[in-house]
Ligand binder design. Structure first.
Ligand code: GDG
Length: 767
């Protein structure tokens, strides 16, 4: 088992130096609250910038706690943190479009810092380690890491919202950010909305298909999943009972002198909605004056990003608002708002959670918000009311809270009044339901769920050619091919032997491919079949001069090598549904600019790869649904491929074609079958064990092995050919040495009979 490498922009501590002594103080914030317990209990390293000067003593102190600093030049670090991360991504992702100030130099620093992280991580990572990158400061890092560590297991978690793609696309470097994330095997977010937004951004901005919540790209598959962060709820419940917290609670209870307490706890950030919350409270005091002497609003605001002008302005604004309210409604010794601008120890926070009759968690936007969960976890006696903004990620989990829209000031004031007057029965009912939810999923479960999912995906998304022992299977395949007497090679064309072109007609074979196929066509005993979804004319035009078999329209037509005519493999199909399906497709053509229909003898295909991606995808889904439902009683099969919806006769498919082919060609002692998309999966499922079924590209597959690209397949084929000619050369010169042993031949022949047999075959050339 490898180690876990946690990566965040800042290390979770601040170093304090007094005299000779260096101590660590844990930082405050949601990310540290979520990951701290993971680091405490795992064999992990945590890599991040130390946020200050570094020397040997500091470095050693950090290393004792398994913390690895990433040294950053000061100006780059400032532009990365204040400039791009918190000056652009933070406001934009929280829907403060006008506060986002994009400066290309800041983005350059962002890129630079992400690269510094990649270099430090690459120096520390060992094979088998899991790298888990956190948050918006490091969104280019997954792909940078993938370049340096192609086989690494890489996860990414975004702690803040991912906005609607309509907002995200405002960002001039939005595409680069999306590309930067693709290097991760798994991207985690807090809510379904964020995952949907992210998927839409990939579709609309990069034109990527998002299939089964995953994006396939040239180097692998990147999954998007929802993992709502939890807290260590048992800890909060216990902490509240400790003598220290109880002492602090008594002291506060004396100070509030029988008033009801409304609590706000936030980093002093504009996303948290503190000024509007205060204004709503003010409106309550105006509209329901009886509360003026009975309520204390206690706002704990933790200093954050105080170097940035926006945050300094926010502080002024909040403090002015508070003095305004206190001036308007306060008496000496009895102010309606009590304000703490500092970070307090955990015991103090716990005492405040216990003290508060009402907690107001009213952000304008928040990725999750852990304060809401901490308040709930602390209320072991099921009293207290949570007032919660509908714009916090946590709102999707905590339905029993009193929900508010923070912009609706009067509505919020009314809800606050309702919270203050709620009878104990209703409080108990709501709070116990909330507690049940918060206690059922803690931070440990969250990290477990993420890491388990990551390990289940990263195995599949790494291609077989780069995982395990790549040379192992390829060398074995070559040996078996070299020794086979009656080999068969079945190849799909588009996406398998060549890449995709925007126009199907533009994907003609290049000379290299034709030369390669020509060489194969001359190998004695070998049968080569091109099994494609394309029509007869195209295949005949491109490959008709080669001495190989051609199968068109997924095997509906067969042209045996050396022959001119095509045969319909089965002629008793009912085609009467074709005109009606075509009519439906024409209606989709009309409302989807850029789409087109391909007419084949055995069916129809509606392509949308040139349409606006999101529109094409939606129409494609709708068309597939429409055809499946409307023609349920007809013998047709609807297939949704990559930017295409196909309707063809039921029963026709590459699996069926493969079986028919074997029947015609007779038993084979070696079979290689390669393809890249869903139609080829039919064939992969139909082949016997022992067959070399090869999936080209990413995605879940039934094939035995995987290669990344058509180029890799071509290389594999060329080397197989070489191995075979070497073998024949050797058997000519070493006439005294017998051919493959009887036993080997028997094993090889078993391939097409459905028995795996031992995979290794001996060859003359290798002896
Ligand atoms: C980001 C996202 C997401 C606060 N004051 C003190 C103190 N805290 C602790 C709280 C809580 C944490 O800080 C704040 O977490 P939040 O989740 O509320 O907010 P962010 O810092 O903005 O966190 C957020 C989070 O990441 C996790 O993914 O939920 O949406 O914005 O744990 O208890 N802790 C101490 N003293 C304080 O004065 N000790």
């Amino acid at each position: 088992m490898g180690r876990l490498i946690l990566v965040s922009n800042r290390l979770p501590v601040t170093l304090r130096r007094s005299g000779d002594e260096t101590t660590l103080v844990r930082s405050v914030g949601g990310l540290v609250a979520g990951l701290g317990p993971v680091h405490d209990s795992e064999d992990s390293l945590w890599i991040g910038s130390p946020g200050g000067e570094m020397d040997d003593i500091r470095r050693k102190t950090l290393e004792k706690h398994r913390l690895i600093p990433v040294p950053l030049p000061r100006e780059k670090a400032r532009r990365h943190y204040e400039g791009f991360s918190n000056g652009v991504l933070w406001p934009l992702f929280h829907y403060f479009l006008e506060s986002a100030n994009f400066d290309p130099q800041d983005f350059e620093a962002y890129r630079f810092v992400n690269q510094c992280f990649a270099d430090v991580i690459a120096n520390h990572a060992k094979p088998g380690d899991t790298i888990w990158v956190h948050d918006y400061h490091l969104m280019l890092l997954p792909s940078m890491l993938r370049q340096q560590l192609p086989n690494a297991r890489i996860g990414f978690f975004l702690h803040i919202p991912f906005p609607s793609s309509e907002v995200f696309r405002v960002l001039p470097v939005a595409e680069t950010i999306l590309e930067g994330l693709l290097g991760a095997d798994l991207i985690g977010v807090h809510t379904y909305d964020y995952s949907r937004h992210l998927g839409t951004a990939y579709r609309r901005m990069l034109g990527r298909e998002v299939d089964d919540d995953a994006i396939s790209w040239e180097g692998g598959r990147c999954h998007i999943r929802v993992f709502p962060l939890g807290i260590n709820a048992a800890h909060y419940a216990e902490l509240g009972q400790s003598p220290e917290v109880q002492r602090r609670l008594r002291s506060w209870t004396r100070r509030v002198a029988h008033r009801r307490v409304v609590l706000g706890v936030d980093r002093l950030d504009y996303s948290k909605g503190i000024p509007l919350r205060l204004e709503a409270y003010r409106r309550l005091l105006i509209s329901e004056p009886q509360w003026r002497k009975q309520v204390l609003f206690l706002q704990l605001a933790v200093p954050t990003r105080s170097g940035m002008p926006q945050y300094r302005r926010l502080r002024q604004q909040v403090e002015q608002k508070i003095s305004h309210i206190n001036g308007e409604f306060g008496d000496p010794g009895r102010m309606p708002v009590h304000y703490l601008y500092r970070s307090v120890p955990e015991q103090e926070l716990s005492a405040l959670y216990l003290l508060a009759d009402v907690a107001m968690v009213t952000p304008l936007r928040d990725g999750m918000n852990l304060v809401a969960k901490e308040y709930v976890a602390s209320r072991t006696d099921n009293t207290g009311v949570l007032v919660l903004s509908e714009f916090a990620g946590v709102a999707s989990e905590l339905g029993e809270a009193l929900s508010i829209n923070p912009w609706d000031l009067d509505g919020t004031a009314r809800t606050l009044s309702r919270a203050l007057s709620m009878d104990p029965e209703e409080q108990k009912e709501r709070m116990s339901a909330l507690r049940h939810r918060v206690l059922s999923k803690d931070a440990r479960q969250w990290s477990r769920a993420f890491l388990d999912t990551l390990s289940s995906f990263s195995g599949r998304s790494v291609s077989a050619s780069t995982s395990g022992s790549p040379r192992g299977w390829q060398a074995r395949l070559h040996r078996e091919f070299a020794a086979a007497r009656r080999p068969l090679i079945v190849l799909d064309y588009d996406g398998t032997l060549t890449g995709f072109a925007a126009e199907p007609g533009h994907a003609q074979p290049d000379t290299d491919l034709l030369v390669l196929l020509q060489k194969f066509s001359k190998v004695r005993g070998l049968e080569v079949v091109l099994l494609s979804g394309r029509d007869r004319d195209t295949l005949a035009q491109w490959f008709g001069h080669l001495n190989i078999h051609l199968m068109a329209e997924h095997g509906f037509f067969l042209r045996m090598r050396g022959k001119e005519e095509w045969n319909e493999i089965a002629s008793d199909f009912d085609h009467s549904w074709l005109p009606a399906v075509e009519e439906v497709m024409i209606s989709y053509l009309a409302r989807t600019p850029g789409s087109f229909i391909e007419r084949k003898h055995s069916g129809l295909a509606w392509h949308y790869r040139k349409a606006e991606p999101e529109l094409g995808r939606r129409q494609g889904l709708e068309l597939a649904h429409h055809l499946t439902e409307s023609f349920a009683n007809r013998p047709l099969r609807v297939l949704k491929g990559s930017c295409v919806v196909e309707a063809h006769h039921q029963g026709i498919g590459k699996g069926w074609a493969y079986r028919t082919l074997l029947h015609r060609l007779g038993k084979r002692d070696f079979v290689l079958a390669a393809g890249d998309d869903r139609t080829d999966e039919d064939m992969f499922r139909a082949v016997e064990s022992g067959v070399w079924s090869i999936k080209i590209g990413a995605g879940v597959t039934a094939a035995r092995v995987r290669l990344e690209s058509p180029e890799e397949l071509r290389t594999l084929l060329a080397l197989a050919l070489e191995a075979r000619s070497r073998n024949q050369e050797a058997s000519r010169t070493l006439t005294a040495v017998p051919g493959p042993s009887k036993a080997d031949r028997a094993k090889s022949a078993a391939v097409t009979r459905g028995s795996a047999g031992p995979r290794r075959s001996r060859t003359l050339g290798k002896r």
